[in-house]
Design a protein around this ligand. Structure first.
Ligand SMILES: C[S@@+](CC[C@H](N)C(=O)[O-])C[C@H]1O[C@@H](n2cnc3c(N)ncnc32)[C@H](O)[C@@H]1O
Length: 220
């Protein structure tokens, strides 16, 4: 508990963590490139980022894009923030918010790509609305994504994977849906850049195949 409090105190001082209580947190919507990144590069967001393995891993690979990890847990964000600082990654930020409220922080079309990495599967029927691929979340992603922007989901969970494939493939506004229930033996593997998250390591060690899908909304 003491360690958690110390990390929360550090988060308050860190530029790369945007969280309640900081002025920039209230004013960042529509202003990420001018006020935080100070460049005009594309923005890639990792939702449910936990320790931000994709955010940091991709930032190491691409210095011509900006990366933002989003999660509600401050101690996990502290770890991602640490990793970004250790590697001198200025094009990385972490945003502490409920994903349902993400439009407070991104204006329409502000994001180029979304990764959803091992979100909680929410298997109970009554929790369907909390799944990050439930309709209301997809509508939010559609608004904050640039036309043609890509959404990618990685999960170990068969139920969430099948639910997501079904929900997304039924939508008339979706195109280029590609998916696999065994990423490591799929031709889609290279696009995941061989970055593995903490939960991915855990579940694949338990023998679960990793599932992956990606799609974009039609530009019409
Ligand atoms: C199973 S963990 C996965 C973490 C990381 N992506 C990984 O693969 O190791 C799910 C993460 O999603 C976050 N999360 C779940 N629901 C959320 C929500 N509605 N808004 C923000 N974060 C959420 C949790 O705090 C947790 O860190």
């Amino acid at each position: 508990m003491r360690q958690k409090m110390a990390r929360f105190a550090e988060n308050e001082e860190r530029r790369n963590i945007l969280q309640p209580g900081k002025a920039i947190y209230e004013n960042i919507r529509g202003n990420w490139k001018t006020d935080y990144f100070k460049n005009d590069n594309p923005i890639v967001v990792e939702l449910a980022c936990g320790r931000g393995e994709y955010t940091v891993g991709m930032a190491k690979l691409f210095d011509n894009k900006n990366f933002i990890g989003v999660d509600i847990k401050g101690d996990r964000l502290w770890k991602g923030s640490n990793a970004a600082l250790e590697h001198g990654l200025e094009h990385v930020a972490f945003l502490r918010t409920q994903i349902l409220l993400i439009e407070k922080f991104f204006e329409e079309g502000e994001i180029d790509e979304i990764w959803i990495t091992f979100p909680d599967p929410r298997p109970r029927d009554r929790d369907e609305r909390r799944r990050l691929t439930f309709k209301r979340f997809l509508e939010i992603y559609k608004r904050i994504l640039k036309p043609g922007g890509t959404i990618r989901l990685k999960t170990d969970n068969t139920g969430l994977y099948e639910y997501s494939v079904e929900t997304i493939s039924e939508r008339p506004d979706v195109e280029n849906l590609h998916h696999t229930n065994d990423l490591y033996h799929s031709e889609l593997r290279p696009e995941c850049l061989d970055i593995r998250t903490k939960f991915e390591e855990k579940f694949s060690a338990q023998g679960h195949d990793i599932k992956y899908l990606r799609f974009n909304f039609k530009t019409d």
